[in-house]
Design a protein around this ligand. Sequence first.
Ligand code: HEC
Ligand code: HEC
Ligand code: HEC
Length: 493
Amino acid sequence: MMRRFATMLTTAALALGVAMPPAHAQSAPPVTLTPDRPAAPAPAANGQDARLERGRYLAIAADCMACHTAASGKPYAGGYAIDSPLGTIYATNITPSKKGGIGHYTEAEFARALRQGVRADGSHLYPAMPYTSYALLTDADVGDLYHYFMHAVQPVDEPARQTKLPFPFNIRLSMMGWNALFLDNKRFVPDAGKSAQINRGAYLSEGLAHCSACHTPRNMLMAEVGSQKLAGADLGSWHAPNITSDKISGIGGWTDVEIAAYLKTGHVEGKGQAAGGMAEAIQNSLQFLHDDDVAAIVAYLRTVPPVRAAGQQKAAFSHGSAISEEAGLRGMASATERHSLNSGAVLFSGYCASCHSASGAGSTGQAYPALFHNTATGAETPANLVSAILFGVERKIGKEGAEVEAFMPRFDQRSYVQSLTDEQIASIANYVLKQYGNPAVSVTPAYVAQARSGGEKPVLARLPHFIVPVGVAALLVLIALLVWWRSRRQSKD
Ligand code: HEC
Ligand code: HEC
Ligand code: HEC
């Protein structure tokens, strides 16, 4: 998921970066505004240990590990491959090795990489590295992160694989153009009218944990739409729902306790479960946040202006109810459906009912959740229902060695005994939507096929490669015209 998000961003970046003329390199305003830290980290023997502990905590909250550690690689040694339609981008080795990593970085250089996307040698990073969110980080937090990476991370001398994109995207200077458009190089500024807790939540959500990177919709140029903050966005084949304070379209109808439980465990009875990118964010990062930080995020989410989807009447979690076991077993199907092995009812009883029960009520204790009063089946989009069937659910919660796993098998793989065709998945999804979920939503086999191949591509990624340079040329002409028009207007004034 991370991967897909980065892909979209990178595509946009590359296409646009090349389009824009090199711009002024803004320098950061020298503000140091550290939001209140409600609780001191675990008691430590001395100040040094406390600083390392703070840095470690920040690295987890920012989920640096997600991208900078390859599947079975050493921590932070890089190598994780991020696919972009223009080539593969590898996250680099950020261990303190002078040979392979960032051991030679000064704190100022580290800060510049994190918040402005510029390496020690002056070259520009691709925005697959989320420096647009990290730009908000305070100097104190960047300092603690630096201290942690330099002193507590095991050095690895082997450099990560080199990123080699084809011309013209290998010209890193072109990222300056993208930055001029999209990098709001401002540190976090606390809102004096809001409580310390809400400010802390805003800092965590917008900066470190970058919720908006997934939950805020983007425009055609892949920039986040400010007026739609956290109003929900497609992420490949998944959908990051609206988490504004709206009672119907957002999470205004969830209690504080429910939202906090979701962020800590990814599972709330009668509301929803976390799969896809949210499962990753919870497993690697959010579950380890201190309770007061989670409470701060919840308090902040309450202040996010409500965004109501046009025409939506009911909250996603309020749809559906159990059907009787007997009706469920018989398939409660129409006469034609009953005789077909591919009817949704028959497939559901064969592939899903063993866990979610024939009535759809799930198991006692809800380790296998009910499919009604579930945001995946009650949403205005079938994305998370279809993606859960295709890719399953996998989420580990708890300390290493004592994790509890939520696991639903995936049904998209030919090699598995349980693999389902696009038609079969569409039938099951339609049955589930009609019986337990939002009956106004339906799924076609073509929709499933698209989800299987990663969902709808962003406009920029759908353009054939040869069009990109043409578009770039057109944009350059447009910009030249704009500049000319503005200068003419100014000279008239
Ligand atoms: C979403 C993925 C992602 C996350 C999360 C992420 N990074 Fe990165 N980072 C990258 C990629 C990809 C690159 C290399 C980009 C390139 O080659 O232009 C990179 C490059 C860097 C560099 C430049 C190193 C060099 O000289 O090449 C530093 C420093 C860095 N990241 C630190 C961090 C820290 C610290 C965090 C957590 C606070 C973090 N990153 C989180 C993807 C990520
Ligand atoms: C990597 C992308 C990603 C990030 C980062 C992310 N989310 Fe999510 N989020 C998702 C997806 C996808 C879902 C849907 C999960 C599902 O239903 O299986 C989701 C679901 C949720 C839900 C449940 C909503 C519902 O209607 O079911 C809440 C609440 C939520 N996220 C809050 C947050 C907060 C707060 C943050 C930041 C602290 C955050 N998310 C960061 C992708 C993300
Ligand atoms: C082996 C048991 C098992 C089977 C079989 C199974 N599921 Fe699940 N399902 C789960 C578990 C476990 C979860 C996640 C619980 C959690 O996250 O806490 C889940 C979650 C879900 C969700 C919520 C996903 C989300 O992203 O919010 C949906 C929808 C779902 N299942 C539908 C189905 C359908 C339809 C089938 C049949 C094709 C099916 N399941 C088969 C165990 C199963």
